[in-house]
Ligand binder design. Structure first.
Ligand code: SF4
Length: 704
């Protein structure tokens, strides 16, 4: 064991955005690592879900990549690091010379750390392009857009702790913390509910959140089971109900007039938008009784502190920005923001999706969400870095993949798997083969890496240190044990080496001895992290914004003013936009998608974890009993689920969890991923794809 390593290290679970602390114990041999609870970890106080408990299972997995690979005549061969670096540098230089810097894209990863993503985006910008993005594009790009534009920061307004202590009503729309954020759900939200908080869940699918609060339609808690893609009409009913009630009963305070007057702009626009809005017709479109939505509106408006939780059921639509804007409207007109137990709170999916955005691995922002087209902000970063950054936003990851073989010819992928994670995955697999050159650095031979020209073996989460930022903006340190395979390298080491070899000034710009050195540079160009150092982060971490050393960080935002140009929260009425694809004679069902507790995105790690894979080894589709009867499907039958883009063969689960006419499946399994069916139409501002609604059909009677 190397002398700078400890036997047992405190680190952070590599899976979801809750940011639970765990310990990893190093055994006698490299790769002999064990999970241990961390009893007083700041977020989870020792509790852990099934994924966190199984996280060490992939560290020494037999499928680990152990040596660099170069493709020749369609086959991979083992190569030295020198050969691999030479090939990467030659190809990236050639593509830039022949097609210009915007002909290459860079994919950062929410599975890697802040320091690694910071260096990746710096590498892209030194190369001369803003074509750098990460998987937030697939999950919360629209949320980030709406929150940043209307409130100031693309992140949770509150912290899990203040929500637990102060919220009376949890409005959970398109999010499923029971499944996706198990410790946030059990340790924070469920505690609040046990102490009297009310849950209003808005979701087309009944799920673990529904069951964990034992929600029924008439009791204290409510589940509004709407049709996919009708979130705007549902929230417009809520908003109009509150406005109407306030007009007749101004003393009851359903609307916070003082707050609207002092702290917001755009209220008149909202009122005008709703003037002609027909609540009855909208309720029919949503597939939810009007009186239920009105009752939910009353519960939210009457709360002392009401908090909104928003998830990918809201963000992954072509109207994703509008969906989230309507949640912001609800919080602002009722004054439910800027104090504990309130706000609009996106529950982030991956353990570092928040941080990957924070450090600038996005095409329109530099570290700290400073816009690339804001001259003053960009020039300040350029001065620190010593080179110019393009002043126009680059392409997002789905836009890049739409351009493979046309205007985009090179791709650098760190820890991502776009061939499975992007919608219309069959087309992505075809297009990725049109690239002139692709390098992938990862721990396993992913579905994407198979198409690469160079594959670089990276180390796992347990073998290296750095920082990650969880869903409530808490930056925490990860610490590593021994490297399992001698010839693998940490992502940071790889990026640093590529940077040094690729640019004349690379030795100066990319010479980093360790992650702390990178963090020290990051804090100079990222004002919201400026007050943090590794020492100050300690074991507790710090919430951003943390502007100066000694700041304790803000658990909740906007107590005094919003971080917008005017300092006001922006209200804006929005109108319903139906999903791009709606059912028709050929594809009469609505397909919607979501994830499972035991799996993690494209399953690269979770499908290789025996404990997790045992729980759900294959994909399935939920079918409502009425649809099952129409199609002649029995529970457990194998069916073909089809859309205009592809088909998958899966087992049918006949269940009332889904609505009649709606089928529900998951993206985790390579052979039968939902993304072979999903639609790659984008929200025009945030460029997030519409994973949550597509037209589909089921074929039955398949011979095994
Ligand atoms: Fe890991 Fe999330 Fe489970 Fe916590 S809740 S152990 S962070 S997967």
């Amino acid at each position: 064991m190397s002398s700078d390593k400890q036997d047992t290290v405190k680190t952070i679970c590599p899976y979801c955005g809750v940011g639970c602390g765990i310990q990893v114990k190093q055994g006698e041999e490299p790769g002999d690592v064990q999970f241990m609870p961390w009893g007083d970890a700041p977020v989870n106080e020792g509790r852990i879900c099934i994924k966190g408990g199984a996280a060490t299972e992939v560290v020494d997995h037999e499928d680990r990549l152990t040596d660099p690979l170069i493709k020749e005549d369609g086959e991979f061969r083992e190569a030295t690091w020198e050969e691999a670096y030479d090939r990467i540098v030659d190809e990236l230089e050639r593509i830039r010379e022949e097609h210009g810097p915007d002909a290459t894209g860079f994919f950062g990863s929410s599975k890697t750390m802040n320091e690694e993503n910071y260096v990746l985006q710096k590498l892209a910008r030194r190369y001369g392009t803003n074509n750098v993005d990460n998987c937030t594009r697939m999950c919360h790009a629209s949320t980030v857009w709406a929150l940043r534009t209307s409130l100031g920061a693309g992140a949770m307004t509150n912290s899990m702790r203040d929500l637990r202590e102060a919220a009376d009503v949890f409005w959970i729309q398109g999010a499923n913390p029971g499944e996706q954020h198990p410790i946030a759900n059990s340790q924070y939200f469920r505690q609040a509910v046990l102490e009297g908080a009310t849950v209003i869940q808005v979701d087309p699918h009944a799920n673990k959140t529904t069951r964990s609060f034992q929600i029924d339609d008439t009791d204290r808690h409510m589940h509004l089971q709407l049709n996919p893609g009708t979130d705007i009409p549902l929230l417009n009913i809520v908003l109009k109900t509150i406005l109407e009630h306030h007009e007749e009963n101004p003393d009851e305070g359903w609307i916070d007039e003082e707050f609207i007057e002092a702290r917001t702009e755009g209220f008149d626009h909202l009122k005008e938008t709703l003037e002609e809005f027909d609540k009855e017709a909208a309720a029919e479109e949503c597939g939810v009784p009007l009186e239920d939505i009105e009752l939910a509106a009353e519960k939210y408006a009457m709360a002392n502190n009401a908090a909104i939780f928003t998830g990918m059921g809201m963000s992954q639509h072509a109207c994703g920005v509008d969906n989230v804007q309507n949640e912001i409207n609800l919080a602002l007109i009722t004054g439910n923001i800027g104090r504990p137990g309130t706000g609009v709170n996106p529950l982030r999916g991956q353990n570092n999706v928040q941080g990957t955005c924070d450090v600038g691995a996005m095409p329109n922002v530099l570290p700290g969400y400073q816009l690339v087209d804001d001259d003053e902000a960009r020039e300040a970063v350029e001065t620190e870095w010593g080179f110019e950054v393009p002043d126009e936003p680059g392409l997002t990851n789905v836009e890049l993949s739409h351009e493979f073989g046309d205007s985009v010819h090179g791709l650098y992928v760190m820890g991502e798997n776009p061939v499975m994670s992007e919608p219309d995955a069959n087309r992505v697999a075809e297009r990725v083969q049109q690239l002139e050159f692709m390098v992938v650095q990862d721990i396993f031979m992913t579905e994407t890496a198979k198409y690469a020209d160079v594959v670089l073996p990276a180390t796992t989460w347990a073998e290296r240190g750095g920082t990650v930022t969880n869903t409530d903006r808490r930056v925490q340190r990860m610490r590593g044990v021994d490297k399992v395979h001698e010839n693998t390298k940490h992502d940071l080491e790889i990026l640093s080496e590529v940077g040094k070899r690729l640019f004349d000034d690379g030795d100066e710009l990319f010479e980093f001895d360790d992650p702390e050195e990178v963090f020290e540079e990051l804090r100079q160009v990222c004002p919201i992290y400026h007050g943090m150092t590794y020492d100050l982060l300690g074991e507790e971490g710090l919430h951003w914004p943390c502007y100066e050393p000694g700041d304790e960080g803000d658990p909740y935002l906007y107590a005094e003013e919003f971080d917008t140009e005017s300092g006001l929260g922006h209200i804006e009425g929005v109108r319903h936009t139906p999903p791009a694809e709606t059912p028709d004679d050929e594809y009469p069902l609505i397909l919607t998608t979501a994830r499972l507790e035991e799996h993690y995105n494209t399953g690269t790690m979770s499908r290789r974890s025996p404990t997790l894979n045992r729980q759900t080894p294959e994909n399935f589709v939920d079918v409502h009993p009425a649809d099952a009867e129409r199609y002649g499907i029995e529970d457990g039958d194998e069916v073909v689920l089809k859309s205009r883009r592809g088909e998958i063969t899966v087992e049918a689960q006949v269940t009332e969890d889904t609505k009649e006419g709606v089928v529900w499946t998951t993206p985790h399994f390579a052979a039968a991923s939902a993304n072979k069916l999903t639609n790659d139409v984008l929200d025009e501002r945030a460029k997030i794809p519409e994973y949550k609604a597509a037209a589909a059909e089921i074929e039955v009677g398949i011979e095994p």
